[in-house]
Write a protein of this length. Structure first.
Length: 307
């Protein structure tokens, strides 16, 4: 399959490398000249289980003139989704599948406003990765990936996209209830990303028994209450157990929001914790812990001139 990946950061780089190794024709699209130059000169340097290898594939900052892809996959930050979609438009042909495995809530809606919603596949992944330098990423944790049709229609496109991901050796499921799965991942992110960003703890350290893990559990339970209030069937005990397992697998990996804070970038707090708070407001639910974390991270951004 000819696959274009928009966003060659930690996740886009690691997924792109694994897809290229599986035999797919992969093009990375990234706005950073440093990333594009590094990939085109040395490939993606992928670190897995302490070993580094170089995977040859192409990268560009301007896909104009490129042939359409069978699938265009978005891994950019949520606030870059709309301009990234406009940039990637030349890669979208008459039958191209558009896919998003981005963090947060609302990326699918943004893409559906630009492309045909019937061709849109959305989902979540529990893999984790860290950028070490431009073009060099560490794949720090493995977990399931779940995809499904955005418009709750036929899952044929989602199945084809899932098959491409499975060819890398990744565990991938297709669900017609993918919005519930996105909310489940949103809970993981709401509980672990701002806490990691504020404390600078790695994922493994955040998962160690103690006051921080207790806070992670309480934030999760609060987010489940909000999800249940909106009609989603999600169990708090199952989510807490799943989050503990994810943190245990991630080891020394750094949460994406911690990576953003350390790099001086705007975080995705608005579509993660902010999404929980907005839904809580709509439902009249208190959600004090999520509100506090949202205030702290946005306050940190204000203090560093990002807002």
């Amino acid at each position: 399959m000819r696959i274009a990946i928009v966003g060659a950061g930690a996740m886009g780089g690691s997924f792109g490398a694994r897809l290229a190794e599986a035999g797919h024709d992969v093009l990375l699209v990234d706005a950073s000249p440093a990333v594009v130059d590094a990939v085109n000169s040395r490939g993606i340097r992928l670190v897995e289980k302490g070993e580094e290898r170089s995977v040859e594939l192409r990268a560009t900052a301007d896909p104009g003139g490129e042939d359409p892809a069978a699938a265009v996959v978005f891994f950019v930050k949520n606030y870059h989704t709309e301009p990234a979609a406009q940039l990637a438009a030349p890669l979208v042909g008459a039958d191209t599948t558009i896919a998003s495995l981005q963090n947060g809530w609302g990326n699918g809606e943004t893409l559906a406003g630009i492309f045909d919603p019937a061709r849109l596949v959305v989902g979540v992944t529990y893999h984790s990765a860290t950028v070490l330098e431009p073009g060099k990423v560490a794949h720090t944790g493995e977990g399931p990936t779940v995809v499904g049709p955005f418009d709750a229609g036929t899952p044929a496109r989602a199945e084809a996209f899932a098959d491409a991901l499975r060819s890398t050796g990744f565990e991938v499921d297709v669900s017609t209830q993918v919005r519930t799965e996105i909310w489940k991942k949103l809970m993981l992110n709401a509980a672990t990303l701002p806490t990691a960003a504020l404390t600078r703890l790695t994922a493994g350290a955040l998962g160690e028994p103690g006051p921080m893990l207790d806070l992670v559990d309480a934030v999760t339970a609060e987010a489940v209450e909000v999800a249940n209030g909106s009609g989603l069937d999600i169990d708090a005990d199952e989510r807490i157990e799943a989050i503990h397992a994810t943190l245990a697998r991630a080891g020394t990996g750094k949460a994406s929001m911690l990576q953003d804070v350390e790099a001086g970038r705007l975080t995705e707090i608005d579509v993660i914790t902010g999404a929980v708070v907005r839904e809580a407001d709509r439902l009249g639910i208190e959600a004090p812990l999520n509100r506090a974390l949202y205030a702290l991270v946005t306050g940190l951004e204000r203090g560093t001139g990002l807002r």
